[in-house]
Design a protein around this ligand. Sequence first.
Ligand code: XMP
Length: 459
Amino acid sequence: MDTMDNNDNIKNPLNQVNSEFNNNNNIYNGKIIDELVIVVSDELKLSQAVARKTRELGVYSEVLIYRNGLNEADTLAKINQIADELKSKNPAGIIFINELSNKTDNLLLNEISKFNKPILQIKETDEEILKDFLFNKCKLSGGWNVKTFIEKSVLDIKNKVGDKKVLCGLSGGVDSSVTAVLVNRAVGKQLSCIFVDHGLLRKYEAEQVENIFKTQFDINLIKVNAQDRFLDKLSGIRDPEKKRKIIGEEFIRVFEEEAKRIGEIDFLAQGTIYPDVIESGIDKSSVVKRHHNVGGLPEKIGFKGLIEPLKYLFKDEVIMVGRELGIPESIILRQPFPGPGLAVRVIGEVNKEKLDILRDADFIFREEIEKAGLNKELSQYFAVLTDVRSVGVRNGIRTYDYTIALRAIKTNDFMTVDWVRLPYDVLAETVYRIVNEVDHINRVVYDITPKPPATVEWE
Ligand code: XMP
């Protein structure tokens, strides 16, 4: 590469992308990046762990899940479906995880064997066995990694979008942020992002999102200030599910209005990730998760196609892609935050005064957790404004003020959750600051209930 090229590449990183690929766009620095193996299993967690491991070793993998114990017709249908998928995807090798303890397993193995591709039968993840299978038996080169993923995705998005327009709903969460930055890298100003400030965000959150995406990434970001609209709609509403419904519907309305202003939209970019794809349709628990998703697809926008660049990535890969794209840690390490935001953390009726009290207390708690260096160990930590007022005393005068609850939890899957034994000093400093810095709070409690029976959120 001569000096001219180098200068050009600095100005436009996409040139660099092209120059490293061969004509087929599938060889990068001499290694093939789109080699594929398929993991077939009835074990959701194990199959994902194996798929993650093969990718770590440089070979892209996908998961096909089946269930044992179906009736005969369903079993046969599932086996045919898996066979069809294997046929269309044509993997270089198949990893079959099971105990071969029943009829379905054996039928499936028989079907898979017809493909004449190397098959690895395992019951657990073992790096050496996987390496031997991938590189000796399947003779793969191992060119897949986060970097080549990004560069290939950028090319794919560019090809798909052409000179058309893309719209993306940005929440400030990891998945939508990484999606937006990736699509922006591919098509720049052809992408518009809509960020709805519904007034239920945490302290400084809207400013942070605007600052990062507008200033740092120069993304076409439309920040919609819809705080009054949401608060008007929520006025007088106490029921948690009603609140969720109102917020979900209003969110779609606001999103549609803004989308209309942009004009004709060709593509909608979404931050769907692989575990959602794998789980949907096979795992009942995903229904529980999905009911949470506020602001699902606005169907009336009338876009022509979807762009889902993270559809085949696991969560930790999304995080690695985000880091590689230069997204700051404040977004990358952001804890999950519910779509209805602080509306489900203000118990009972929501109003601006209560939200401001909660925002201040929550900010202090998060600051103290981060100061103590505990944030990376926790899955979620936040404050809740309870609907309880109680008697207290301040400067010798009787008060009758709110109780704040603090919640800090750890979990692998959010289905079962444990509360975190925070150091007393961290709790003490948090409480001291909250009662001294935030008006109208005279009592703070720490929630030490696991899930089940309690949920993470209070509403
Ligand atoms: P629960 O409270 O059900 O929470 O134990 C499990 C996880 O889901 C998040 N959560 C929500 N996310 N909309 C969302 O997008 C919601 O309405 C909602 N409710 C709970 C919660 O923060 C936790 O991560």
